[in-house]
Design a protein around this ligand. Structure first.
Ligand code: TPP
Ligand code: MG
Length: 432
């Protein structure tokens, strides 16, 4: 197992920072982009000035911590990476994510949903590999590609689908829609439409856990926050500000980059000076890890250590999961820009098919068992659609509820009524 784990992560080890004769050009950076058809741009490495060599001496690499723990590890059954129960849980969650999104596409084209809808097909190993390791009190901060993160965190499919239909039974009472899934009960702190917008919110949530434990002495406060975001978002300033704060204050957070190689129609390799995002972790004094995001078991192993590290108070980790979206950027995107051979390469590495194969080959489940599970999930998704369809639309008066702390002067007119209820309010603007 030791070989398996160390081969799936790439990180800069403490020795690299402390040994006199090591420069950046000696670092073992074995990560390779798995299947992009475009070449990584040549980027010369600059030697660190000698006086900076000891700055990061206290950086603990995930691989080292893991290696130390390996002897006493009890999480492996024989030479298998998961138990039957764990495997079934992962498979169920991934298939739910995929079926749910496929159903969303159908419902969107039938006119049941409005606005932009961004699907997660292809990236399931990341959501499942990370979120299924969390406790209910742990927090998840997502992006506009948030339906599957919500499902993995335990928000019922009915509530997510209803939210997409804009119904009162949705997890945000129909007020958020596709890009703004939220659940206080499940500590899903939100989907966010602006890229990078969720990262400071996640950093704040992690700060709050630490503050409650260390200042307010709430000893049971050891919650971890996962911040999910894309490769394109890593060129946004908020990302760097938050890496700095999280490392400085050793916050219990994991920054999970879902590097699907594209930001709408912009190739990551074209837009980013050094496309290996994981390297930015050590630059801020935290471990950086690159993992194959099409392999749920590899994602899970890295996630386990990064989450445990945060929980035991050792601070943040940056994890770059190399993944791929199987559909266009949103359902409004005809997806004509990406090279068909790149798409085919990743389609052949479908993480759900890979887990199925692993489970059957290792006798963790039979084909019939997995088929029965798929059937059950199909019913869950169909039930979610029926539930959403039959649910009521919110009244117009709900439009501004929870939008402003004090809506007087904004949404509420001098007569105390919602301005939107005055037919003149929207006259000459959008059709409501
Ligand atoms: C602050 C901000 N600028 C621009 C946009 C427009 N925009 C929407 S999605 C997107 C690309 C993001 O790509 P990435 O972070 O890789 O996420 P992915 O869609 O691949 O999951 C951009 C630029 C935005 N939503 N917010
Ligand atoms: Mg992307």
């Amino acid at each position: 197992m030791s070989a398996t784990f160390s081969s799936l992560i790439n990180t800069i080890t403490p020795q690299c920072f402390t040994t006199e004769n090591h420069s950046l050009s000696h670092l073992k950076t074995t990560s390779a982009f798995l299947g992009s058809t475009q070449k990584i741009r040549f980027c010369p490495l600059i030697k660190s000035p000698p006086q900076q060599k000891h700055r990061h001496a206290n950086v603990v690499a995930v691989s080292d911590v893991k290696q130390k723990q390996q002897l006493k590890s009890t999480s492996f059954v024989g030479n298998l990476l998961i138990t039957k129960e764990e495997g079934l849980e992962l498979y169920e969650d991934m298939v739910l994510g995929r079926s749910f999104e496929d159903m969303c596409a159908q419902m969107y084209y039938r006119g049941k949903m409005f606005g932009f809808v961004h699907l997660y097909n292809g990236q399931e190993a990341v959501s499942t590999g990370f979120i299924k390791l969390l406790k209910k009190k742990d927090c998840v901060v997502s992006t506009y590609r948030d339906h599957v993160h919500a499902l993995s965190k335990g928000v019922p499919a009915r509530e997510v689908m209803s939210e997409l239909f804009g119904k009162t039974t949705g997890c945000v009472r129909g007020q958020g829609g596709s890009m703004h899934m939220f659940s206080k009960e499940h500590n899903l702190i939100g989907g966010f439409a602006f890229i990078g917008e969720g990262i400071p919110i996640a950093t704040g949530a992690a700060f709050s856990s630490k503050y409650r434990r260390e200042v307010l002495k709430e000893t049971d406060s050891n919650d971890v926050t996962l911040a999910f975001f894309g490769d394109g978002t890593c060129n946004n300033g908020q990302f760097y500000e938050c890496l700095n704060m999280a490392a400085l204050w050793k916050l219990p957070i994991v920054f999970v980059v879902e590097n699907n190689l594209w930001a709408i129609g912009m190739s990551h390799l074209r837009a980013t000076s050094d496309p290996e995002i994981w390297k930015k972790g050590p630059a801020f004094g935290m471990p950086g890890v690159h993992v194959d995001g099409m392999d749920v078991l590899k994602v899970r192993e890295v996630a386990k250590e990064a989450i445990e590290r945060a929980r035991r108070g050792d601070g943040p980790t940056l994890v770059e999961c190399e993944t791929y979206r199987f559909r266009g950027h949103s359902l409004a995107d005809p997806d004509e820009l990406r090279d068909p051979s790149e798409k085919a390469h990743y389609a052949a590495r479908d993480s759900i098919a890979a887990l199925k194969k692993y489970m059957i080959e290792n006798k963790l489940a039979t084909e019939a068992e997995l088929k029965a599970m798929e059937k059950k999930i199909e019913e869950v998704v169909e039930d979610a659609v029926e539930f959403a369809d039959a649910s009521p639309h919110p009244p117009r008066s709900q439009l501004l509820q929870n939008v402003f702390a004090d809506p007087k002067g904004f949404g509420i007119g001098p007569d105390g009524r919602y301005r939107c209820e005055d037919p003149k309010f929207t006259e000459g603007t959008a059709h409501v």
